[in-house]
Design a protein around this ligand. Sequence first.
Ligand code: MRU
Length: 349
Amino acid sequence: MLPTIAWQDDNIVMVDQRKLPASEIYVTCKTVNDVAKAIKTMVIRGAPAIGVCAAMGIALGAARSKATGTKQFTTEFQRSCDLLAATRPTAVNLFWAIERMKRSFSDGALAGESVEQLRARLRTEADRIHDEDVASCRSIGAHGATLVPADANILTHCNAGALATAGYGTALGVIRGAVQAGRKVRVIADETRPFLQGARLTAWELLKDGIDTTVITDSMAGSIMLSGDVDLVVVGADRIAANGDTANKIGTYSLAVLAKEHGIPFYVAAPWSTIDLATPNGASIPIEERNAREVSHVGNNQLAPAGAHIRNPSFDVTPHKYITAIITERGIFKAPFTETLGASSISDV
Ligand code: MRU
């Protein structure tokens, strides 16, 4: 499996996803500031991977802290949490992971643990979050595989793969699960303008696994659906509101509308950490607006003339009415999502 993020000599190492597939370069983060920068600049991206990375970043900050007393250590811990929370606004996994680290910290503090014990507990919690993410993805894959026909053309958008998680992937986890279950699968990967996660990352990691992959430009999806060459669509998610409305990479909404028009099932695959029951619907999900240069340029080549206004919302919201089912490690959820997702969350309290 691909090494998305790992500890190495007490630093955090991650593959630089901005450089793939042309070069496989690894970035070493030695401080929590390095980690925040890596998330902000998309060295690492994908909602679950961002959450795992933030948890590891908090543990790294604690490990590097020179504080000897709990007061100073607590101030620095809080600063790490605030710094990481300010990196990317849409992926709820980021805030979920920070909350988990805060809960663990306050459990330790309430029990009167020393700075050394608190450091150790934060590292343990971060490692747990990492390992649970891989386990969730594998379970999503096993559940999702049951929805894939014996011979299937599957369209996906962006990269919701091993690179976007601690390993295995969510949407690509469903594809891997289907392949492992013996289905014959061909993947159609949207290139995913402007950052090209589909063309660069999804195609790269699927080909490494020997999975048949065709890259298309985003604008080709409708015509390929019309020709009957898509059996199902599966995408990841950055945040799923209580009613099932789903924020994911810009372009997902258009695909969902097209899928409905052509009678093609549209699935969202995500770990439970992506479900945000505190957000009632898609209108309340914050959408990140990224740098205009991602749209006006490809690499160093300028496409749009200087002076043109540029929009770059990085995500869109797919209303729940377009979603056939949400695949999580807890199982497959169908409408009415407010009830089905809500009922499953009762075990959380
Ligand atoms: O901007 P990105 O690359 O972080 O956006 C990623 C996506 O939109 C993914 O589909 C989503 O985070 C799910 S990843 C399992």
